[in-house]
Structure formats: C-alpha cells, structure tokens
Design a protein around this ligand. Structure first.
Ligand code: GLY
Ligand code: GLY
Length: 306
C-alpha cells in the first residue's frame, strides 16, 4: 500500500445512514450536489493549510444548515414536538472534546460543542446549563418554529418520516492532525430527554492522532452499546489496521454481535478513508489524500443487518 501520509489532507462527510431517498431523481441529485459542495468548502480550508478542527466544524455547520438532513435546521422533533439536538467534536491532537445534549433553540449545536471544548474544563453540557452557556457565549439562537419550517421546506425531497440523517465529518489536515464532529436531532418521536450516541465521545464520535477520526450515524443505542467509534480507534491503534480493515471489523461487531443498524465514516492516521453501513442508504462523500471528490448514497462497505 502506498503511504501518502505527510503531504496531503483527507476529508469525509456523511448525512446519515438509513431511511430512503425519495425515488424522484431530483432528490438524489440534490443530496449528492449538497454533499459535493460541502466537500469543496472543506477542501478549500484544508488545502490552504487550515486545521482539521476548522474543517469538520465548518462541514458539520453546513450540514446543520441544510433542511435535507436530521441535524440543526433539518432536525426531527421528539414525541412532544420539540427539537432537542445533540452534537460533539473531538480534536485528535490534544484529545480535547466538547459536546452538547438535548439542547433547544441552538442554531448550530456543533459550534456550541466546540465552545464547550475550548472554553470549559468539561466535555458534555446538557439541557438548561448548555443553554445558559450558549447565551453567555452569544451563539445564534432560533425559535422552535425555525426547525418546523425546515420540515415543510424539505418535504418534497425527503421522507417526512425520516428518523435517520445524523450528520458528521472527519478530517486529517496537512500537519497530520485529526478531528471528528457529529450532530443530530436523534430519533423522530424519541422520548423527551433521550440522548443518543452522537454527543458521547467514543460512541458516535472520536478522534485521536494515534489512530483515526470517526463519526457514526444510525440507531444511537446500538452505537452506545458497542462503543463503536472508540472501538474503531482501538483497532487502528492497537491492531495496526487501516481505515478499511477497521471498518470491516467494526461492521462485523455491530451486525453479528449486537444486531446494530447504522453506518460510519473513518479517516485513519495515514489519511486513508473508509465508509461502511448496515443499511441500504448512507449519504456520504470524501476526498482521500487531496484527490477527487467521491459522493455516494450506497456504494460503501456493507453488511446488511440480518
Ligand atoms: N473540554 C475540555 C476537554 O476536553 O478536556
Ligand atoms: N445516531 C443518532 C442518534 O441515534 O441519536
């Protein structure tokens, strides 16, 4: 295998595993074009020497602002009709992390997660405390109607009933530093207060320069039980696997032992990328070692859930 570890950057993003893409050709084109445009923006940051943390923050922020995905603007509501959002970010160089859980009215939860990482000694803030911190930091706040409007806006393009569609980004910058960010509205009609895998470091999101950066999507409970993002990092660091080998091993663990459902993206410490899923659909794309943009809705490693 050719190692191109020093001189290039790598970036992968996802817009969730599971659900369906509406049959209309138009919707598939819009999702693919959106992922493509976001990868282009990420490339601009990384190619000029920007950090992996800035790249994943920016890519996840753009995914949050898009009504097509279940995060930020496009998030699904809980059983009480409220939009409670989860997000996390991790810096593979410092191993610092920040996350927010079940926050209401925060426009971009990934930005708040980053502020938790950078400005507090803590990793995870939830509920009212997270909102008080958001106000203190002057992060943009919106009304619940903002999220409701997004559902209407996207209804011609995506399944109204979408319960999947978590978003995430993983990157390796020109200095070899890794980062991962993930954001979600969780399950449609979830119980109020339910927190998924996305804001839990090691479950839905993880980054370590000695291993890889990982962002997961799917049924959060399955990823919490399998500690999947951390498991993939462990396989790369301790079993000397590359991204694809670790992805396949993690997919086997997720499906065979835990009957889990979902997918994930990985960039390993050498900049190799893998995407894998148990579901038919996963909206994802990547740039490996500064190369071409690749966007797909289903052609990744796949072991269907039995
Ligand atoms: N938020 C601080 C840390 O991750 O250590
Ligand atoms: N994977 C997102 C969630 O279950 O909350």
């Amino acid at each position: 295998m050719i190692k191109k570890s020093k001189e290039s950057f790598s970036l992968a993003i996802h817009g969730g595993a599971g659900g369906t893409i509406k049959k209309a050709r138009e919707s598939e084109t819009v999702v693919k074009q959106t992922l493509h445009d976001i990868l282009e923006r990420g490339r601009t940051i990384l190619a000029r020497g920007g950090s992996s943390i800035d790249a994943v923050t920016s890519c996840v922020g753009m995914l949050e602002d898009c009504p097509l995905f279940n995060a930020g603007y496009g998030a699904v509501s809980n059983s009480a009709g409220q939009y409670e959002l989860d997000a996390a970010i991790m810096d593979g160089k410092t191993l610092k992390a920040g996350a927010v859980a079940a926050v209401l009215n925060v426009k971009n939860p990934v930005d708040l997660a980053r502020l938790v990482m950078e400005k507090t000694p803590h990793i995870l803030l939830s509920g009212k405390g997270a909102i008080a911190f958001a106000k203190m930091q002057n992060v943009p706040m919106v009304t619940q109607k903002y999220f409701k409007d997004a559902q209407e806006k996207a209804s011609s393009l995506i399944d109204k009933n979408k319960k999947h569609g978590t978003v995430g980004a993983v990157a390796r910058d020109l200095k070899g530093n890794l980062a991962a960010a993930t954001s979600t509205g969780g399950w449609g009609a979830k119980m109020p207060g339910r927190i998924g895998d996305s804001p839990l470091i090691g479950a839905g999101n993880f980054a370590n320069n000695d291993s890889g950066a990982i962002s997961c999507t799917g049924i959060g409970e399955h990823f919490i039980r399998t500690v999947l993002a951390g498991y993939i990092g462990f396989l790369i660091e301790r079993e000397n696997m590359d991204a694809s080998e670790a992805a396949m091993a993690a997919l086997i663990r997720l499906t065979e032992k835990f009957k889990g459902e979902g997918g994930f993206i990985v960039v390993d410490k050498n900049g190799y990328i893998a995407a894998a899923q148990t579901t038919k659909i996963m909206r994802c794309g990547w740039i490996e070692h500064g190369g071409e943009i690749h966007v797909t809705l289903q052609e990744t490693l796949r072991i269907p859930k039995t």
